[in-house]
Design a protein around this ligand. Sequence first.
Ligand SMILES: *Cc1c(COP(=O)(O)O)cnc(C)c1O
Length: 388
Amino acid sequence: MPVMSTPELAERYLMQTGRRLPVTFVRGRGTVLFDESGREYLDLVAGIAVNLLGHAHPDVVAALTMQSQQLIHTSNLYFTQPQVELARRLVELSFPSRVFFCNSGAEANEAAIKLARKWGARNRANAFEIITTAGSFHGRTLATVTAGGQDKYSDPFKPLPDGFVHVPFNDARAVEEATTDSTVAVMLEPVMGEIGVIPAAPGYLESVRSWCDRKNLLLILDEVQTGLGRTGRWFAHQHAGITPDVMTLAKGLGGGVPIGACLANKRADVFEPGDHGSTFGGSPLACAVAATVLGVIERDGLVGHAAEMGELLATATLDLGAQDTRGAGLMRAFQFEEPKAKAFQQSCLEAGLIVNAVDDHSIRLVPPLILTATEIDRAHAIMKKVAG
Ligand SMILES: *Cc1c(COP(=O)(O)O)cnc(C)c1O
């Protein structure tokens, strides 16, 4: 019997929930991945904005090794040092708050949604509705897929939970008009990621923040993709000089190890013992690695570096015949007039470069924060050749 290839095995044994590119990676180092035949690829996707320090970063490997020899998991019935230490660091980097740990972006947003509903029950006469934006992405659980503003992801799973209202992004008036006595919170991505890197327009976050203050609503910012240096600041809301009441993190936090976090300020932090939980959330292993990721970002000045490299990457995408190039820091996208993004992605892959086609027209780049100017030159040369 012939040996089945990895893609053949995947078709036989894995649920077909998404389309995969025809490549099987076996190892990585820094900004580079290697496939089964040992071929090398420069990685500008980083596991979808996850591998902030690239692949097999020595500090991450050391933290994983050390912590796995001490303690991998205990549950949240007990205290562990790595968990409180990580919470302390996140709060010090962001805003006065407390942290709930989970394992993914969707779970972090579920926590934020539950928190908002409990807060509404107490503080706004049982208000429960959350205003979110069309095109947004907040995860794939039933509540978060409903919160997200893309019908194609939620429609097949009706009936959907109540309590989500969608308004156009970058339209503060629309938020005002959608606000009723039932509204409890506004939930936004500071830069919409999944839909193709759409940044908040100047003044938008500020306007929504002051509306939330005026109407006594919570502002929840989903920084699952934008957080932790990605946009050239520690958190994307810092560009606007505002602070949310609730912020969610995940993707980059564990440098590839699954971990999510929901931070809430004193006003919003209404969870009491028994309200919420997670078996795996905030394990000593994930938290020790995440604390190391934060430490390396600080030590190596990677937030400023991401801002600088982002400028270079933006310039490098300007002459690819793309219409629109947009983003902040190392979260970038450009758009072709013709529907050729998927073909562009495939040709780049064949030429040893990993990029992400978010739809038929747009390419997203969310590389590791350790990306260098030389690597940007290399990526540019490949993209230029492929774009023709
Ligand atoms: C990826 C993403 C999520 C979902 O995260 P998962 O870890 O896949 O559940 C939520 N919000 C934003 C903004 C994201 O980019």
